[in-house]
Design a protein around this ligand. Structure first.
Ligand code: ADP
Ligand code: MG
Length: 270
């Protein structure tokens, strides 16, 4: 049996893809909400200076007293920076625009890629009783995304079912290899999830076939369909599960959470 503390540390998943608009934030919010709906305690860390996950979960920019930036700088612990959302079991560490200068601000800090790891793996985090920390990354492979990759146990990679989708992955894989070699040897890819999938569209099917052919088991069986409910939900500060529980988007993200938890159970058993 593992020691008490290691059991209570949350699993850290970073949602990454250096391309913008591929569904990272939508996945972070709705996968987070789906895990929360299954009774898991989830803390979502918004690591994108644009703050879409924060806004989408109803955090007003003016009221963000503690932010991801405070976490990075060690000015706040996870328990201080994380606040409840309208969704039960889902907490948020909001981002602020000052994150956008992190690259420059942290340039002279020798531990600059380990800042998030240090706070998310601090002993105090175990007492939070969280099951997951989900990190919503910015659309770049910058110092912020590196912090997420150094901190994470595994990556969830949304892949938009579009032309050239796979090309961006090679850069991400190179970075993954570097992070493994230098800072986080245990880092894995939890899974690649196809987003904005349109079953009637040949291109979607072709991208899916390519992805499954190239990446095999790494690709989640669950695909996320293009569903307007997913794009509407954030303006109501809700996940799609509350906004329209019967929508194809809600069903897909619940299935994705189920698949993720099943994968974990299998990994533990192996
Ligand atoms: P990223 O965080 O990678 O930049 P987002 O999650 O913000 O991407 O998604 C980009 C845009 O596409 C947003 O307007 C979002 O609402 C929309 N979107 C994301 N996933 C879907 C989907 N499955 N169906 C319809 N719209 C989606
Ligand atoms: Mg985003």
């Amino acid at each position: 049996m593992p020691p008490e503390t290691s059991r209570r540390l949350p699993r850290i998943l970073a949602v990454v893809n250096q391309k913008g608009g591929v569904g990272k934030t939508t996945t972070a919010i709705n996968l987070g909400a789906s895990l929360a709906a299954s009774g898991r305690r989830v803390h979502l860390v918004d690591l994108d200076p644009q703050g879409n996950a924060s806004t989408g979960l109803g955090s007003e920019a003016m009221t963000r007293d503690h932010s991801t930036y405070d976490l990075l700088l060690g000015d706040a612990a996870l328990s201080e920076a994380s606040r409840p959302t309208q969704i039960e079991n889902l907490w948020l560490v909001p981002s602020t625009s000052d994150l956008s200068s992190a690259d420059i601000d942290l340039m002279t800090n020798e531990r600059r890629t380990h800042l998030l790891r240090n706070v998310l793996r601090a002993e105090s985090v175990a007492s939070l009783g969280a099951d997951y920390v989900l990190i919503d990354c910015p659309p770049s492979l910058n110092i912020l995304t590196l912090n997420a990759m150094v901190a994470a146990d595994a990556l969830v990679v949304p892949l938009q079912a579009e032309f050239f989708a796979l090309e961006g992955l090679s850069q991400l894989m190179l970075t993954l290899r570097e992070v493994r070699q230098s800072a986080n040897p245990a880092l894995r890819i939890e899974g690649v999830v196809l987003t904005m999938y349109d079953r009637r569209n040949n291109l979607s099917q072709q991208v899916e076939a390519d992805a499954r052919g190239t990446l095999g088991e790494m690709v989640f069986q669950t695909v996320i369909p293009r569903n307007v409910r997913l794009s509407e939900a954030p303006s109501h500060a809700l996940s799609v599960l509350e906004y329209d529980p019967q929508s194809s988007g809600a069903r897909a993200y619940k299935a994705l959470a189920g698949e993720l938890m099943a994968r974990e159970a299998r990994e533990v058993a192996e």
